[in-house]
Design a protein around this ligand. Structure first.
Ligand code: PBG
Length: 374
C-alpha cells in the first residue's frame, strides 16, 4: 500500500539516479525548458529503484532504531545553572520559562537530580549583586564569592558531578563587559591578568573545568600556565573558542542581570562576527595550541556549520552551547501551541550530535534526560 501511494510519474521525477539522458533533461528543465516526463520508465541501472527502496529500513520502529546513526544520551548533556545570594526561595526567570535563579540549597537539590539522571556536569553562572560589581571586577577573584561558595557546596554535596565555571568578567564589571574597560575600549592584556586570578580562585574552590568565555586573545595559554604553576595541572580547560557576538544571548543577560549594566553596548570588538567561519577555525587552532582540552562553539543551532567544521578539523572534544535565546524560542512557540516542545527539544539536541558535538550545554538538560529515560 505504501508503494502504491507514489504514482509512476512522481517516482520518476523524484529519482535522482536517472540515466544520462534523463539527467540532461533535468538540467534543461532548470534553465526553464520543458521537462518531458517519459511515458514509460527508462531501463533502470543496477542499484536503482525499484530494487532500492530506502523506506524499507524506515518502516518499523525497531528497524529505525537499529539503523540510527546518532544517539542522544544524558551523558551528552551539560546543564547551565544560575545561582543567586540568599537563603530565600529560587526565583523564576521571565524570559526563560522553567529556568530559575537558584539559591545554593535549591541548586544542590537540582544538582542531585541532574546527577541521578546521568547528566555529567553543571555549568555555573552567578547572579552578582549590583553592589559587588565594579570597574576592576575585584569580586571575580574573591575566594568567598558566590560562584566559589556554590562550587564548594556542590562539590561537597554531589561530588560525582563535574563542575564548570565561566571565566569572564561580565557578571562582575559595572559596565557588563567581559573585560576591563579603558577609555571606552575593552583592553585585552590587563583583562587576562584578572581572568587568571579568577581561574585560580575557582580552582581553589574545587572547580573541575574552567571555561574562558571572554574571547580575549591569548587567555587560554596564560590561564593554563598559571593553573599549572599553582599545582592545578588536573583542572581542565573548556574554551569558548568560537563564540559569536549574538542576539541569542538576550534572555541570559536578563537572567544574570548583566543586561542593564551593558545597556546598549555590544561585544563585537571581542566576540566573533556572525559572518565568519574560517576565523572560527583560527580561533580554535590557537586555543588548541595554547592547551585547551575541549572546544566550544556558541550559539548552537545557528552555527551548526561551524560545529561541523571544528569537529572535522580538530577531532577533539567539541561542545555546542544551545544558548538562552534558542531555549526561549522553543518555549515561547510551545506555549502558543505552535511547536511540540518535547519533540523539538530532542530533535534539536540530536542535530548537534549529528553535526559532531561530543556534548551540548543546554537549559533543557533535565527535561531531555527525563524524556530519554522515558
Ligand atoms: C558571559 C556569557 C554569556 C553567555 C555565557 N557566558 C553571555 C554573553 O557573552 O553576553 C551566554 C549564554 C546564553 O545565552 O545562554 N561571558
Amino acid at each position: 500500500m505504501r508503494d502504491g501511494r507514489k504514482s509512476q510519474k512522481s517516482s520518476l521525477t523524484e529519482n535522482t539516479g536517472l540515466t544520462g539522458k534523463s539527467l540532461a533533461g533535468k538540467s534543461r528543465a532548470s534553465k526553464g525548458a520543458t521537462f518531458d516526463v517519459p511515458a514509460k520508465a527508462p531501463e533502470q541501472p543496477t542499484g536503482q529503484f525499484p530494487r532500492i527502496r530506502l523506506r524499507r529500513n524506515r518502516a518499523t520502529e525497531w528497524s529505525r532504531r537499529m539503523v540510527a546513526e546518532n544517539r542522544l544520551t544524558p551523558a551528552d548533556l551539560i546543564l547551565p545553572v544560575f545561582v543567586k545570594e540568599g537563603g530565600a526561595k529560587r526565583e523564576a526567570i521571565a524570559a526563560m520559562p522553567g529556568v530559575y535563579r537558584h539559591t545554593i540549597p535549591s541548586l544542590i537539590e537540582l544538582a542531585t537530580k541532574a546527577a541521578e539522571l546521568g547528566i555529567p556536569a553543571l555549568a555555573l553562572f552567578p547572579v552578582v549583586p549590583v553592589e559587588r560589581k565594579s570597574a576592576a571586577a575585584e569580586e571575580a577573584y574573591r575566594a568567598d564569592n558566590l560562584c566559589n561558595r556554590a562550587v564548594a557546596a556542590l562539590k561537597k554535596a554531589v561530588p560525582e558531578l563535574g563542575l564548570i565555571c565561566d571565566v569572564a568578567l561580565d557578571p562582575y564589571t559595572d559596565h557588563g563587559h567581559d573585560g576591563l574597560m579603558e577609555d571606552g575600549e575593552i583592553v585585552n592584556d590587563p583583562t587576562i591578568d584578572v581572568l587568571i586570578r579568577q581561574s585560580l580562585a575557582q580552582a581553589d574552590a574545587g572547580v573541575d573545568i574552567v571555561a574562558p568565555s571572554d574571547m580575549m586573545d591569548g587567555r587560554v595559554g596564560r590561564i593554563r600556565d598559571a593553573l599549572d604553576a599553582a599545582g592545578y595541572q588536573h583542572v581542565q580547560i573548556m574554551s569558548y573558542a568560537a563564540k559569536y557576538a549574538s542576539g541569542f544571548y538576550g534572555p541570559f543577560r536578563e537572567a544574570v542581570g548583566s543586561k542593564s549594566a551593558l545597556g546598549k553596548g555590544d561585544k563585537r570588538t571581542y566576540q566573533m562576527d556572525p559572518a565568519n567561519g574560517n576565523e572560527a577555525l583560527r580561533e580554535c587552532a590557537l586555543d588548541v595550541a595554547e592547551g585547551a582540552d575541549m572546544l566550544m562553539v556558541k550559539p548552537g543551532l545557528p552555527y551548526l556549520d561551524i560545529l561541523y567544521r571544528v569537529k572535522q578539523e580538530f577531532r577533539m572534544p567539541v561542545f555546542a552551547y544551545q544558548v538562552s535565546g534558542e531555549y526561549s524560542m522553543v518555549k515561547a512557540a510551545a506555549a502558543n501551541g505552535w511547536l511540540d516542545n518535547n519533540r523539538v527539544v530532542l530533535e534539536s539536541l540530536l542535530s548537534f550530535k549529528r553535526a559532531g558535538a561530543d556534548g551540548i550545554l543546554t537549559y533543557s538538560a533535565i527535561e531531555a534526560a527525563e524524556l530519554l529515560r522515558g
